[in-house]
Design a protein around this ligand. Structure first.
Ligand code: ATP
Ligand code: MG
Length: 321
């Protein structure tokens, strides 16, 4: 039942918030002391919004549905998103919930990530315009465990989108409760492309080894791309497994690199590229993301974005006729 000329390449239903990032904190952060950072950045955050923003700037036609609070944080987030070509015509606002926020505290070799979910728990399947979501070739879902309001109707929604000919991708991101069950197990068999990082895939498959996790999950999901930070990516299609090396870069931070990997991967995948080419595209956009704070600043800098993509041979998205 795939449509001849869908309006979008990708539709995304998901969360939006701002990231507040404090750089230069001491490696050890004692309690009850005033600790000084050396820099601060407020940027568009959240996996779904970062993907929607960056994928649209790679040339894909993206429709994004979200729920946002009627507050300053929500207005800033929407303004940032609105500077990209993403379609925001179905964004919902005006409820009582506040826009969520994530406070990121990189220090030493680790980082603390503290999220107030706010409106992101409130988006439900009943809020969604299924016709809008279905007018695409592909549907993507991020941050499964933050989107609690979506859980009850999600398997039914995904089945309906599949029935209408869309392919589906999922990036669970972390499960704050570390349970990795419930709706995840119900929707995994519907997913065409899974985009976890190396920690998440081990938790999903309940094993300590990425290889073993891939063995298990490849029986359920046709294509899996595992993000492995500074060691690049692993792709698994059926019994075929390929390691795809990273670019050599010095990151400012790696916040949102996984979501931006998803943007590069999906843009190549929708153009019909082979999985290893898609992973290479993801490694390029992931590395680009690390060159500026947060997940979208490198993409907002058009000169950096375009020169980096050309320099590293990013395969340009070409739309199917
Ligand atoms: N230090 C690095 N050098 C080169 N590439 C990197 C580096 N860090 C990240 N990347 C690129 O970004 C991709 C995604 O990064 P990562 O594995 O950190 O994702 P993630 O854990 O899902 O991140 P997120 O915080 O966005 O959810 C990697 O697969 C790689 O392509
Ligand atoms: Mg991630």
């Amino acid at each position: 039942m795939s449509q001849m000329n869908p309006r979008f390449d990708v539709t995304i239903a998901g969360e939006v918030n701002l990231d507040l990032i404090l750089y230069g904190l001491p490696e050890n952060m004692p309690l009850d002391r005033e600790l000084l950072g050396s820099d601060f950045q407020m940027t568009l955050g959240s996996s779904s919004a970062i993907l929607a923003h960056n994928l649209s700037l790679l040339g894909a036609r993206v429709g994004f549905v979200t729920r946002v609070g009627d507050d300053d944080m929500g207005r800033i987030a929407m303004q940032r998103l609105g500077e990209s070509p993403v379609d925001l015509s179905r964004v919902l606002s005006g409820g009582s919930a506040k826009t969520g926020v994530t406070i990121l505290l990189p220090h030493g070799r680790t980082r603390r990530i503290l999220t107030y979910p706010g409106a992101m728990f409130d988006l439900t399947v009943a809020d969604l315009d299924v016709e809008f979501l279905a007018s695409a070739r592909h549907f993507h879902l991020s941050s499964l465990f933050l989107q609690k309001g979506l859980h009850p109707g999600l398997p039914g929604l995904l089945r309906e989108l599949k029935r209408r000919g869309l392919t589906l991708s999922l990036d669970t991101n972390d499960d704050p409760e570390d349970r990795w069950d419930g709706v995840l197990q119900e929707i995994l068999p519907l997913v065409d492309l899974l985009l976890p990082n190396d920690d998440e895939i081990r938790r999903i498959a309940r094993t300590n080894s990425v290889e073993e996790a891939l063995d298990r999950l490849s029986a359920q999901v046709p294509l899996i791309a595992v993000k492995c930070g500074s060691t690049g990516a692993l792709v698994q299609q059926g019994s075929r497994r390929i390691q795809v090396p990273p670019l050599a870069v010095t990151p400012v931070d790696t916040i949102g690199a996984g979501d931006t990997f998803n943007a590069g991967f999906l843009s190549a995948w929708l153009a019909g590229a082979a999985p290893e080419v898609c992973a290479q595209a993801g490694n390029i956009t992931g590395a680009l993301s690390t060159q500026r704070p947060g997940g979208t600043e490198a993409f907002r800098d058009a000169q950096l974005r375009d020169s980096f993509l050309v320099e590293h041979g990013f395969p340009r998205f070409t739309r199917e006729a």
